[in-house]
Design a protein around this ligand. Structure first.
Ligand SMILES: [Zn+2]
Length: 76
């Protein structure tokens, strides 16, 4: 069973979950603050975002409505 990495846009914590292939698109919930979190596409994208400290779209974010790299919190 593959391990997937998730990133919480609220508390900035990363967590990993064992998931079945059929569960890839199922929303994971942050174990710290219970915020729905999206699967990170690559560790490199997270590193760039952390290093830059800006809210510009890095790592292929499709969201222009909030500073998160995924859209678990803004509804877009
Ligand atoms: Zn969280």
């Amino acid at each position: 069973m593959p391990i997937y990495e998730y990133f919480c846009p609220v508390c900035k914590s990363k967590f990993e979950l064992l998931r079945l292939m059929s569960e890839i698109d199922v929303t994971a919930v942050c174990p710290v603050c219970n915020t729905p979190s999206s699967r990170t596409l690559s560790k490199f994208a997270c590193y760039v975002k952390d290093a830059g400290g800006s809210s510009s779209s890095v790592g292929g974010s499709s969201c222009s409505g909030c500073s998160a790299t995924d859209c678990g919190s803004c509804g877009k």
